[in-house]
Design a protein around this ligand. Structure first.
Ligand code: TGC
Ligand code: FAD
Length: 392
């Protein structure tokens, strides 16, 4: 892998919209990615191994629970700072951002928002420091876009619950210490349960042969008559709105994260195009290459403005789920298109691991699918503007 020479594009002076704290947090994350992620990430992806060595650094830059209050170990930052951290991490690799997204928005957030005070105190500080790693089980083998059809269930056995079922495509599952699992009770109502590694009947086999997010561990969650202590049920919210509320937070982080991947691809292609000479001239001097680069920076700039405005709305508590869907869908699609164009600028070199572009491109194929597919987010916008759901 070539040395990391990344220079962040900021065509519309977006830095002027950030506070000193935003810039400080962003720069710390940027430095950490350059120092601790870039040198090891290509090999981790080629080997399909999650680099556990980065857990400590993720905790130190505040990537585990950026917006969770400090009294529970979080960083107590606002939503724009959270977004900027995700942007910088995904500039390094979407799989690393996945690990942080899951830990923050899909494990810490539900415990903070829907958990009891005892659950908050027991789990959140350890999750914030990386001593505990978590995962989030919503998707099932037969229920992906349609999680309300889930069949994983639990029965009340007096002094405990008995959990049965299976979850598939779960980020972090192979090494997670705890899982926030969504399952139906005997009345068919969805609840969140905290399942701990080591509980009898609970296993987490790893999913292999991925061409995407290779530096992130993905697996199953299998529950075979797992006894869950009653105090492990999240008491303060039930129904599908509970897991979907967590997704709002994670999707917001992805809307920012995808910009990071796109920025890295653009920056790499711009530098390469000035250095690579064909027909006696740098390829950057050809109109066709300039068209690609000009369109990339235009789309990145539009995505940056969308994410920033959404961050302001989130800080004011005004962002709707549909607005978050629009940003997730637009920005991931933008990043994937930028990655494809940037790869072409590098010609054959673009397919190698000497540069990050092909890895970003393959990663983004997962990002455009998870946390709601590209199609599902379009249908959410369609429902929002017409008032008519077209899911079924
Ligand atoms: P629907 O009837 O529309 O809604 C059921 C209830 O949920 C409420 N709701 C939401 N609440 C909070 N946030 C949202 N975004 C919400 N969307 C809906 C809704 O108001 C309703 O509440 P109530 O009180 O009336 O019951 O539900 P539906 O069954 O028709 O489904 C709608 C649909 C398709 C949009 C939804 O199910 C969906 O978003 N599907 C996509 C599934 C998905 O995103 N899965 C993600 C799994 S986790 C993951 O991918 C992690 S990747 C991690 C990584 O590595 O980064
Ligand atoms: P399906 O729902 O089967 O969809 C297949 C295709 O049909 C898609 O193109 C979809 O857009 C389309 N489609 C579906 N319904 C409709 C409709 N009504 N109208 C039009 N088109 C439709 N899940 C978790 O719970 N936790 C995790 O940590 C997690 N991590 C993941 C990590 C990776 C690497 C990946 C790839 C996935 C992960 N997921 C996780 C699962 C992810 O959320 C699902 O893959 C996603 O929600 C889509 O579900 P599906 O794959 O079953 O596709």
């Amino acid at each position: 892998m070539k040395p990391d020479l990344f220079q962040a594009p900021d065509y519309y002076n977006l830095d002027d919209l950030l506070t000193e704290e935003h810039k400080m947090v962003r720069d710390a994350a940027r430095e950490w990615v350059k120092r601790d992620v870039s040198p090891i990430i290509e090999e981790a992806a080629q080997d399909a191994k999650f680099p556990k060595s980065i857990i400590k650094g993720l905790a130190e830059i505040g990537a585990f629970g950026p917006y969770i209050p400090e009294e529970y170990g979080g960083a107590g930052l606002d939503q724009i700072a959270y977004g900027l951290i995700m942007q910088e991490i995904e500039r390094g690799d979407s799989g690393v951002r996945s690990t942080a997204s899951v830990q923050s928005s899909l494990v810490m957030y539900p415990i903070y928002k829907y958990g009891s005070e005892e659950q908050r105190k027991k789990y959140l500080p350890k999750l914030a420091s990386g001593e505990f790693m978590g995962c989030f089980g919503l998707t099932e083998p037969d229920h992906g876009s349609n999680p309300s059809g889930m069949v994983t269930n639990f029965k009340d056995k007096g002094d405990h619950y008995l959990l049965n079922g299976a979850k598939l495509w779960i980020s972090n599952s192979p090494f997670a210490d705890i899982a926030v699992v969504w399952a139906k009770n005997e009345e068919g109502r969805i609840h969140g349960l905290i399942v701990e590694r080591g509980m009898e009947g609970f296993s987490t086999p790893e999913t292999h042969n991925k061409w995407s997010l290779r530096a992130s561990a993905t697996g199953e969650l299998i529950f075979d008559n797992v006894k869950i202590p009653k105090e492990n049920l999240l008491p303060n919210k039930s129904g599908l709105g509970a897991p979907l509320g967590c997704l709002d937070s994670a999707r917001f982080g992805i809307a920012w994260g995808a910009i990071g991947a796109a920025m890295d691809c653009y920056d790499t292609a711009l530098r390469y195009s000035k250095e690579r000479v064909q027909f006696g001239k740098p390829i950057a001097s050809f109109q066709l290459q300039q068209k690609k680069l000009a369109e990339m920076i235009t789309e990145i700039t539009k995505a940056q403005l969308l994410a920033w405005r959404l961050g302001v709305l989130r800080n004011e508590g005004k962002a709707t789920s549909a607005q978050i869907s629009m940003a997730k869908r637009n920005n991931v699609d933008m990043a994937l298109k930028v990655a494809r164009e940037a790869r072409q600028v590098l010609g054959a070199m673009g397919i190698t691991g000497d540069y990050s572009i092909m890895r970003h491109m393959m990663n983004l194929e997962s990002v455009i699918t998870y946390e709601g597919t590209h199609d599902i987010h379009l249908l959410i916008t369609g429902m929002d503007i017409t008032g008519i759901p077209a899911f079924n």
